[in-house]
Design a protein around this ligand. Structure first.
Ligand SMILES: *Cc1c(COP(=O)(O)O)cnc(C)c1O
Length: 466
């Protein structure tokens, strides 16, 4: 399988190349040249496969001949063997129509582990082949950072520099990053927002002073391999609820549009998805874009769901490219306009294309608390604030009652225990697998949200390319 950039100005790469490159050199994002498609009979035959087997089958067409089927299976078994639940991503029923897809049984308690545990293994595999090293630079609103650090800490040939917005991540989120003391891990707290951090990271990929000296790699969902790994759990949930014979709807707590884009990919591959419900908090650029075509940023408001406090959703570009006829030059012009004015209008093709599969909803703080309370009272489940926003969207969406609606439970409630306790009076305990997080030493540097300060720091601490 070949990968092309959404902005049409970078060479096509194979899966290995796209995984190591992260962002394309023209500022675009990589996508497979075409969507692989499974027939109904092929999907039906996936029923009952263990998660790691299903993952290997679904990803093989994307990986092409960069990994043999046997090697890919070894890697999926290694990655998912670290999850605390045998089903990896178990489903739980809330009521007649509503289900939770629990994606938080990995080492750092959020869905980011599902993709990053595997991505860490892909990096190791591909870097060993080329005797290269990789300087990973990432921005995190909380969960990507800990999951990426867990996946690469102590691995040879990799340095990781993780930027998080100072004071805007939860204590558990911060400690899961800063208490990892492996010498290849560098935590940087910047003054500013997640969007500021993400913009600086993207800038580095196009900065010859950095790309000339380092092989810069990405762990954010701008990296295609992450989205590919997330496609799998849409199939896993769909199969359990009757796919391919019955459609399923999904409600997805959304920030950078990565998780829900993986659902879009599952639909392109043949999974019958009735609707993808994009759930946002008050940082609602995506809700506005999907309802009125107006994709314009506002200022970021901090909320109890910090992983969704985002006003520039990188992966939305992938959807706009696919819906707009895959015209790289046109999309590059549209994105250049957005980067100057911080606003753009979707074209008719983009709006109408999105409306066939996506709907959206916005939840404020009260909606979120009420949804946490509903899950607790209705079925004794404690859900985290991100999941609650998804649940609010699921319950207010207009979906035929015969169709199951699956809300993606993106984080463990203990990761955001204060908000959960406020809504239910119950304080969810941290699972034993995270150990003595609050006793451990922290290591982190604070830097101004200033491009030169960040690149100077990385230049002084990263191993040069080889
Ligand atoms: C990252 C994250 C999200 C948002 O996912 P995107 O792929 O960025 O849309 C939602 N909830 C939690 C808990 C997260 O960590």
């Amino acid at each position: 399988m070949e990968y092309i950039s959404t902005r049409g100005g970078a060479a096509a790469l194979d899966f290995e190349g796209a995984t190591l490159a992260g962002l394309a050199s023209d500022g675009g994002l990589y996508l497979p040249r075409e969507w692989p498609r499974f027939s109904r009979a092929e999907i039906a035959a996936f029923a009952g496969l263990p998660y790691a087997e299903l993952a290997a089958r679904i990803m093989q067409p994307f990986v092409g001949n960069c990994l043999t089927p046997e090697r890919l299976r070894e890697l999926t078994h290694a990655a998912y063997g670290r999850f605390a639940h045998k089903a990896v991503t178990p489903l739980r029923q809330l009521d007649q129509q509503h289900w939770l897809l629990e994606l938080f049984h990995g080492p750092t308690l959020a869905f980011k582990d599902v993709a990053l545990q595997l991505l860490g293994l892909f990096f190791e595999e591909f870097l060993a082949r080329g005797e290269q090293n990789l300087t990973i630079v990432g921005a995190t609103s909380g969960d990507t950072g800990s999951a990426a650090i867990d996946a690469v800490a102590g691995r040879a040939q990799v340095d990781i520099f993780m930027l998080h917005p100072h004071g805007r991540v939860s204590d558990v989120q911060r400690r899961q990053m800063t208490t990892v003391l492996a010498p290849n891990v560098h935590n940087i707290a910047i003054s500013g927002t997640f969007d500021d951090a993400q913009a600086m990271v993207k800038r580095m990929f196009g900065d010859p002073a950095m790309t000339g000296r380092f092989n810069i790699g990405a762990v954010n969902s701008i990296n295609w391999a992450r989205l590919m790994a997330q496609v799998v759990y849409y199939f896993a949930a769909g199969l359990q609820l009757g796919a391919p014979h019955r459609p399923v709807a999904f409600a997805v707590p959304t920030g950078n549009f990565g998780d829900v884009f993986a659902g879009y990919v599952a639909a392109q591959m043949g999974l019958p998805i009735e609707r993808l419900i994009v759930a946002t908090n008050v940082n609602d650029i995506l809700h506005r874009a999907l309802t009125s075509g107006d994709y314009s940023t506002g200022t970021v408001t901090p909320t109890a769901a910090p992983s969704m406090d985002i006003q520039v959703s990188s992966n939305f570009e992938r959807l706009l490219f696919d819906l707009g006829g895959r015209d790289g030059a046109a999309l590059a012009a549209q994105m250049a306009g957005f980067e100057t004015t911080k606003a753009m209008q979707l074209t008719n093709a983009q709006r109408e294309g999105a409306a066939t599969l996506f709907s959206s909803a916005r939840a404020d703080a009260d909606d979120m608390s009420r949804a946490i309370g509903w899950a607790w009272q209705k079925s004794g489940e404690l859900v985290d604030p991100h999941t609650a926003i998804g649940l609010h969207a699921a319950r207010t969406a207009d979906i035929d009652r015969s169709i199951p609606v699956v809300t993606l439970a993106t984080a463990h409630p203990a990761k955001f225990s204060d908000a959960v306790e406020r809504a239910t009076g119950q304080r969810p305990p941290l699972p034993v697998r995270v150990g003595d997080l609050f006793e451990r030493e922290e290591r982190c540097i604070e830097l101004p949200g200033d491009y030169a300060a960040i690149t100077d720091y990385i230049t002084a601490h990263a191993a040069p390319r080889r």
